[in-house]
Design a protein. Structure first.
Length: 417
């Protein structure tokens, strides 16, 4: 697996921190023996990620799950990435409610892929009543590592160039490159040598949209274009599910956020995960989006989030990190994200943002964070399968504590999710 070089500045800073620690070991604890206040760094580093599942391993594991499940899990290639890597979907269950799950649209946000594999193993092989109910009531379609090019580069964006885009869409020959085409430095990765896109701004709620030069360069508050083969592949799966089920009941997209956010009431507790169901301005009140107002169901998205929140809180006694869940900022308007676009098409959409991307935490908390994602997904799927989700109070969502400040030493330089 090829790994990008983090910026020289990051390497130098890492050396500086290391030598400081070596020189002054006594600062680790205060004189009273109490632990020193927790430190946290957002400074990009080059950290190992081999414990995460890479693209080749994903193919092998999906094949194995399909085989041991006796066909309960059905794996398909739904397309190829810009660099020709397979994009796979795995489908399980025959129920009337369609649930779409995606991970690793940002290649430095890897826990979701491992959580989805765990979930597929469970639904594919368990004879527990829970797994049976999921299979009876749900049709689960997971697209793990939907952006394999960025995943293999272990960075946020892929390496599709603007020339690649114009070659594919000649009508864009005179257009300005998209605003989400990276050509500079980001999260310690040097895109000037290897430019690429944040494809989580490449979606459009108009599922039949084709790129038009007049719509470029666009902004974060605009819709995207389905320029990338990856977003097209996910869109095509979404359209197929709409044709089959009428609507895609639930859509969950799995991400990571900054490493240094703390709880609003306690600067010593890091936020394990932030969640959200709100990604776009209310279409009923937004010129140009009125056509989506009837389908859009923010209350249902809130109920799904409450299901995830309750599942984690319910296990927080044994696993205190599950107690550190916060609400992601609600003031975002991102119709070019998968979450925004699919929410406008009537799906209950849920964002998970676990702590720390690979350039800050590497694989350090992999198991804990994968468990967090899995437990949240379990809460959602169980609640949708049983129908209990309809009894949950959306007001509980509004009472989830907001994310506290970041105590990191480096200003956040990129929009999330
Ligand atoms: Zn992300």
């Amino acid at each position: 697996m090829s790994r990008p070089k983090r910026s020289l500045a990051a390497v130098v800073a890492g050396v500086a921190v290391l030598s400081l620690v070596t020189a002054v070991p006594a600062t680790a604890q205060s004189a009273t023996g109490a632990p020193a206040a927790q430190k946290c760094s957002d400074e990009p580093q080059d950290l190992p990620v081999h414990e995460f599942t890479d693209h080749r391993e994903l193919g092998g594991e999906l094949e194995r799950i399909e085989r041991v499940s006796g066909g309960v899990v059905d794996v398909d290639e739904i397309g190829r990435s810009n660099r020709g890597r397979e994009i796979w979907s795995a489908r399980a269950g025959s129920g009337p409610k369609a649930v779409l799950l995606t991970s690793e649209i940002h290649g430095n946000e890897k826990t979701g892929t491992d959580a989805l594999l765990r979930l597929l193993r469970f639904v594919g092989t368990s004879d527990s009543p829970k797994a049976e109910r999921w299979r009876d009531e749900l049709t689960i379609v997971a697209i793990p590592k939907m952006n394999p090019d960025a995943a293999e580069l272990d960075r946020r964006g892929n390496d599709m160039t603007w020339d690649d885009v114009v070659q594919r869409y000649p009508q864009l020959a005179d257009a300005e490159p998209a605003w989400n085409y990276y050509t500079g430095e980001l999260q310690g990765d040097d895109y000037s040598q290897r430019p690429g896109f944040d494809i989580n701004r490449d979606y459009n709620p108009d599922l039949s949209y084709e790129p038009k030069a007049a719509d470029f360069p666009g902004t974060s508050a605009d819709t995207g274009w389905y320029l990338s083969p990856e977003t097209r592949a996910v869109r095509d799966v979404y359209i197929g599910l709409e044709e089959e089920f009428g609507t895609v009941d639930t859509y969950v997209d799995l991400h990571h956020q900054g490493a240094c956010y703390v709880m609003p009431d306690d600067p010593d507790r890091f936020v394990t995960m932030s969640i959200s169901g709100k990604f776009v301005d209310d279409p009923a009140q937004t010129p140009g989006y009125e056509e989506y107002a009837d389908e859009y169901d923010l209350d249902y998205a809130k109920q799904l989030n409450v299901a995830a929140y309750n599942a984690l809180q319910g296990k927080a006694n044994k696993n205190p990190l599950f107690g550190n869940i916060t609400l992601y900022p609600q003031d975002i308007n991102l119709p070019g994200t998968g979450l925004g676009s699919f929410a406008l098409n009537g799906s209950g959409a849920v964002l998970f943002e676990v702590r720390g991307q690979t350039q800050t935490l590497g694989q350090k908390y992999r198991e804990q964070l994968v468990r967090t994602v899995y437990t949240g997904l379990d809460g959602i799927l169980s609640s949708v399968a049983s129908g209990q989700v309809d009894n949950l109070d959306p007001a509980v969502y509004d009472a989830i504590p907001p994310r506290g400040p970041s105590i990191g030493d480096r200003a956040r330089t990129v929009a999330e999710p």
